[in-house]
Design a protein around this ligand. Structure first.
Ligand code: NAD
Length: 429
């Protein structure tokens, strides 16, 4: 059934947590350059992808649904370092200097607001541009004020908050996460063991009617308290962990094995990575969060309980090694041990020499634009249809995540069709 979607009029504020990071500055530079005609938004579904309509005609997605125009975006955000986006992009060394120069003035105008940060949640980081707050609740109050001030100063109609900051340490679900009342109590009592800084950003965004996107594997919106709050405030939340490189390959290859009924006995994935993200993930507590996210993908695709002969005993291992010389140019290796007819073994090797932030930037932009669309379409809570963009798609306790990239793509198109009252094309007509 067709949904009423408010038009994308006015300006859209995009507040990025970790606005000085590699992904953030790459996304911002590419967006600014695209709207000046200096670059093409390669890899972005919202800008380039098409879909087939009921009458078999192909249309650009941005012509099917009313997405915010790149020209209407105003960027801002928070970081623990005070450098403006131009300085930060130079530090990240993802993009060439000549690509930064074209939008230098716009980048220089983006100065981060002081961050909500706690060193215990990311021990490898030592920033100075940090809020002084005596409790987590006060942290939230300050972030809410930041969002309100940004909105007024930049004459924004709407704001989306995107977490593209470092991965926090792994924490298990605790009683304080089970309900909104319990979480708010923990924030007021300043329980810093269970309330992460990222939870403060998410809470502040939802409280200010801003959709929240979690681009890292942090569990901050994976808790019943946040689901409850997002529903109560009618705000969309999405995540988590941009599906950019190795996991993207995994969620394409695994459905292929499954579709062809080929067995898998082992999957060893390793990476070398030399940017700040790699440095943070070098700490075992922070790596644990990433490891859980990266390991989660195979089980729901293979369904070992249904196909024990094929996938009952898959040895799955994921490693990330910090190796500074490579900077943002991650190299990922996968060794996959598969078996076929009568159990005969075979091996597949994948060696992906990728650019981490080049792959993640369009995903971040798409998640922002689709969450803004969802908000205008009156959708709230977990945006399952955006699983396509995520390594570890959010889901509640009653549902399993969907990891298969092709199923995820179907979900995107089905949701967009549903928004505008379209059905799948009839290929027999
Ligand atoms: N690049 C990819 O392909 C990819 C894929 C999936 C997920 N991610 C995740 O995206 C995030 C960003 O990656 P990156 O390569 O840009 O890392 P980065 O280290 O370059 O950037 C992170 C930024 O966050 C800032 N920061 C840390 N804690 C903060 C806080 N509490 N408040 C505000 N700012 C804070 C840091 O100062 C830094 O500028 C990481 O969590 C990473 O794991 C990246």
């Amino acid at each position: 059934m067709k949904q009423e979607i408010k038009p994308a009029t006015g300006r859209l504020g995009v507040l990025v947590v970790g606005v000085g990071g590699a992904v953030a500055t790459t996304m911002i530079t590419g967006t600014l350059a695209s709207r000046k005609g200096l670059a093409k938004p390669i890899g972005s579904i919202t800008q380039l992808a098409t879909m087939r309509m009921q009458n078999n005609q192909e249309k650009l997605i941005k012509e099917v649904v009313p997405l915010a125009s790149l020209n209407d975006i105003v960027f801002g955000g928070w970081d623990i370092f005070p450098d403006n986006a131009y300085e930060a992009a130079k530090y990240a060394e993802v993009l060439k200097r000549e690509d930064l120069e074209g939008v230098k003035d716009e980048l220089q105008a983006i100065s981060p607001m002081a961050a909500a940060f706690d060193h215990n949640w990311a021990k490898r980081l030592n920033g100075t541009h940090i809020k002084k707050a005596t409790t987590r609740w006060e942290m939230v109050e300050q972030l809410r004020q930041d969002i309100r001030d940004f909105k007024v100063a930049n004459k924004c109609d709407r704001v989306v908050v995107l977490w593209a900051a470092s991965t926090e340490i792994y924490i298990p679900l605790s009683d304080e996460h089970q309900s909104l009342a319990a979480l708010e109590k923990a924030m007021k009592e300043n329980n810093t063991e269970v309330v992460s800084p990222s939870m403060c950003y998410a809470y502040a965004a939802i409280a200010e009617d801003a959709p929240f996107v979690m681009g890292a594997p942090n569990l901050c919106v994976d808790i019943p308290a946040m689901w409850e709050f997002a529903k109560k405030m009618q705000v969309p939340i999405a995540g988590k962990d941009f599906k950019s490189g190795q996991t993207l390959m995994k969620t394409v290859l695994a459905p292929m094995f499954k579709t062809r009924m080929l067995g898998v006995s082992g999957w060893f994935s390793t990476n070398i990575l030399g940017n700040r993200d790699g440095e943070v993930l070098d700490d075992p507590d922070n790596f644990k969060t990433k490891e859980v996210s990266k390991l989660s993908v195979l089980d729901t695709i293979f369904e070992p309980e249904k196909f024990p002969d094929l996938y009952g005993d898959v040895y799955h291992k994921v490693r990330i090694n910090y190796y500074p010389p490579r900077k943002d140019n991650k190299e990922a290796w996968d060794n996959i041990d598969i078996f076929g007819w009568m159990g005969y073994p075979m091996e597949i090797k994948v060696n992906f020499l990728c650019r981490d932030s080049i792959l993640a930037a369009p995903i971040a932009l798409d998640l922002v634009l689709f969450c803004d669309l969802a908000s205008r379409a009156g959708m709230c809570g977990i945006q399952t249809w955006l699983s396509f963009f995520c390594k570890s798609p959010m889901h509640d306790f009653d549902h399993l995540p969907e990891h298969d990239l092709f199923e995820q793509w179907r979900m995107v198109k089905q949701t967009l069709r549903g928004m505008v009252g379209e059905k799948e094309p009839d290929y027999l007509a």
